[in-house]
Unconditional design. Structure first.
Length: 394
């Protein structure tokens, strides 16, 4: 077993609160030793043990790879005109999903996989080392099965979102669609999925319909997640907490009872400001959630209709500017918070035993992610100790 030393790190974010610098556990003038794809040692560079080989990071910052816990990469087609219409004043509703359903159903599995892998490559180049992938744009038994097979071939974190919206042929037959999801989609797709998700929202699925879908998924061994409280006040948060869901995502419109429920549960509140930016929706109040004691994750929500970005750094800048998070809180939410939303302890931190998933910034510290919005600061990305992306020198 060989060891590799990464040294001359200006600022190392470990997410180990036992270090002196807050929840991020920042170590200045640091080093990391990697063995067999895992973190074997972290500390000050002056105290680093010998290793079989080494890399000098030239006084750059290092932080855990971003953990994207909410993405929709199984789709075909383009909705740039939909985006333009919103920017010209058309209010967002869930209706545009139906166009993507049509395009996705017409695409081959190879086309869907090629598109997903292209977007995963974008995610990697902007620092994401783990990406959850949802279905939800097939909305037929055949298309959802294809979608979850593609998702599971691309990620260990594959989510069945059969209940995204009712497809056109079931527009006036929600009960029949939910029954088909329960009786056919979930049993056929569950072997390829880890998670079951539902869009519990006005214009999508009611509280009772959402509960039926989630419970059916749980009976097939899937772990629940919820899209909730994005467009209006609603039942999504309370349903997620009731069922012990890993996360409830969007969380824009929250009552005091919703905030209290999240603060007193293990359900993670995932904020997705890229979607609110793209739809001109209100932003969630992450400050309110954090101050109440809720666990907050931050994701990009890459999807063709409402957040066509793979850039977690962009979302960190939004979170600091518009969700009233500190830079430290936003970075934690995009790393350890995302890991919590996926119920993972092996990612999202740089501690002994964790996977060696990390980002090298062309900057002296992580604050530059929000301090220099829109600037590509990712100079290198490693996953399981192997280089995933390195920017070429000019």
């Amino acid at each position: 077993m060989s060891s590799h030393l990464f040294t001359n790190i200006s600022s190392l974010v470990t997410n180990d609160a036992s270090h002196e610098r807050g929840a991020l556990g920042v170590i200045d003038n640091a080093a990391v030793v990697v063995e067999d794809g895992r973190i074997a040692w972290v500390g000050e560079a002056a105290q680093a043990p010998d290793a079989d080989s080494s890399t000098d990071l030239d006084h750059r910052a290092v932080l855990p790879g971003f953990v994207e816990s909410h993405s929709h990469l199984i789709f075909a087609g383009d909705r740039s005109h939909d985006f333009a219409a919103r920017m010209e004043g058309t209010k967002y509703s869930a209706g545009g999903i139906r166009y993507t359903i049509e395009q996705t159903r017409a695409a081959s599995p190879e086309q869907l996989e090629n598109n997903a892998r292209k977007l995963l490559d974008e995610y990697a180049r902007s620092g994401s080392t783990t990406v959850e992938i949802k279905t939800g744009y097939g909305q037929s038994a055949e298309s959802e099965l294809t979608g979850i097979q593609v998702a599971s071939s691309c990620s260990d974190e594959a989510t069945l979102l059969a209940a995204h919206v009712a497809p056109p042929e079931y527009a006036d037959k929600h009960d029949e669609y939910v029954q088909m999801v329960v009786d056919r989609m979930i049993p056929e797709c569950a072997p390829h999925a880890k998670w079951i998700d539902v869009f519990c929202e006005k214009g999508a699925f009611t509280e009772d319909e959402s509960r039926t879908v989630l419970k059916a998924g749980m009976e097939h061994g899937l772990i629940p997640r919820v899209h909730g409280n994005q467009l209006t006040y609603g039942a999504g948060v309370q349903l997620a907490v009731e069922l012990g869901a890993a996360s409830v995502d969007h969380v824009v419109y929250l009552s005091d009872a919703d905030v209290d429920a999240l603060a007193n549960s293990s359900t993670v509140a995932t904020v997705l400001p890229g979607a609110d930016f793209s739809t001109r929706n209100d932003y969630p109040n992450a400050r309110r959630l954090i101050d109440a004691g809720a666990t907050v994750a931050l994701g990009a929500d890459c999807n063709p209709g409402t957040s066509f970005t793979t850039s977690i750094p962009f979302c960190i800048a939004l979170a600091v500017r518009d969700l009233h998070m500190s830079p430290d809180e936003a970075v934690w939410a995009a790393t350890a918070g995302g890991a919590a939303a996926l119920q993972r302890t092996d990612i999202g931190s740089l501690t002994v035993g964790a996977r060696a998933n990390f980002i090298v910034l062309d900057a002296p510290n992580h604050l530059h992610l929000a301090y220099r919005p829109g600037v590509d600061l990712i100079s290198g990305v490693w996953r399981d100790g192997a280089s995933l992306y390195e920017r070429r020198s000019a």
